[in-house]
Design a protein around this ligand. Structure first.
Ligand code: NAD
Ligand code: UDP
Length: 313
């Protein structure tokens, strides 16, 4: 019998962003199917919902088709950290292309709305700063980040073509660097690396001279933004990120001061194609979704540090 409760499919639901999204959907009384192949996701992130009557867990790889009856597809499945997406770049490209293709096919068949988790990486190493949605990017097609950057670009293209050809109801969010509890300690991303290094009393690894910039959004702000996008009328692409920009060296200094001011920095080579600067323009999100980030970096870092204190050895 059809239910009046919204049925959500969250691909990549056992990962960092997916598991926080699932918490919000479950707390709102909705039904959730979490689909994941556990490449970078972990059951522990969603274990508190296992056994709940509105929750189901499926081990599945999005590069293979699947048929499920759902109303909304939150398509997040894809490794997000450079270390993970470069581990098997061909698989990353397949996950982005075939995974999005399969999920759009499912959305078309069952009439579901699909939200794609795209990324600020579609802007590449941007020559326009800060980055509005209208900027078309400066992306290397043949570098070590291309599997991810170009994968997300073709995923956006597929979404728009399914919308034009088959009237699939799509939403595209371009997520900027997001951090918070449940990042993997060996994730390789900068916030988790610096916190884990500092807690273990190790040197903090600055890639390059640390002058490159990023803008860090706390996970709770991101999840609120993508829910507003899914619920609203604007298809996107819409940037969701925190427009306060920091040099990576400044981030290292803030984290060192919070955990252990004695620690030393060590410089390591800057990875190829590492973007020099990144900061979102969020006027579209403000206007269309009434969204803006609320959590200051200092507060978000405190939450994240306290999570890692409890979980790492
Ligand atoms: P994550 O690595 O923690 O989560 C990704 C999840 O997808 C994991 O649970 C992983 O096991 C799963 N997965 C990967 N490949 C899969 C496949 N082929 N089939 C099924 N499941 C698969 O990363 P995250 O930070 O939670 O990112 C979630 C999404 O948000 C990704 O699409 C990512 O590109 C996007 N995003 C994240 C950020 C960020 O800062 N966290 C920034 C931009 C975009
Ligand atoms: N970075 C760093 N030390 C680390 C990990 C990352 O200096 O231990 C730098 C990295 O070179 C990049 C920035 O921090 O300039 C953000 O890296 P991350 O992998 O978190 O995200 P992305 O590069 O995908 O934005």
């Amino acid at each position: 019998m059809p239910s009046s409760i919204t049925r959500n499919l969250v691909t990549g639901g056992a990962g960092f962003v997916g598991s926080h999204l699932i918490d919000k959907l479950m707390k709102s009384g909705e039904e959730v199917i979490c689909l994941d192949n556990y490449f970078t996701g972990r059951k522990i992130n969603i274990e508190h919902w296992i056994g709940h009557p509105r929750f189901e867990l499926i081990r599945h790889d999005v590069t293979e088709p699947i048929l499920l009856e759902v109303d909304r597809i939150w398509h997040l499945a894809c490794p997000a950290s450079p270390v993970h997406y470069q581990y098997n770049p061909i698989k990353t490209a397949k996950t982005s292309f075939l995974g999005t293709y399969n999920m759009l096919g499912l959305a078309r068949r069952v009439g579901a709305r699909l939200l794609l988790a795209s990324t600020s990486e579609v802007y590449g190493d941007p020559e326009v700063h800060p980055q509005p949605e209208s900027y078309r990017g400066y992306v290397n097609t043949i570098g070590i980040r291309s599997c991810y950057d170009e994968g997300k670009r073709i995923a956006e293209t597929l979404c728009c073509d399914y919308q034009r050809m088959h009237q699939v109801d799509i939403r595209i969010v371009r997520i900027f660097n997001t951090y918070g509890p449940r990042m993997l300690p060996d994730d390789g991303r900068v916030v988790s690396n610096f916190i884990v290094q500092a807690l273990r009393g190790e040197e903090i690894t600055l890639y390059g001279n640390g002058d490159q910039t990023r803008s860090f959004c706390y996970i709770e702000d991101l999840v609120n933004g993508i829910r507003l996008l899914m619920d609203g009328k604007h298809s996107g692409p819409i940037n969701i990120g925190n427009p306060v920009e920091f040099k990576i060296r400044e981030l290292a200094e803030i984290i060192r001061t919070k955990i252990n001011p004695q620690l030393k920095f060590v410089n390591k080579p800057l990875p190829d194609d590492d973007p020099l600067q990144r900061k979102p323009v969020i006027e579209l999100a403000r206007k269309e979704l009434g969204w803006q980030p609320k959590v200051e970096l200092e507060d978000g870092l405190d939450e994240t540090i306290s999570y890692f204190r409890k979980t790492i050895s």
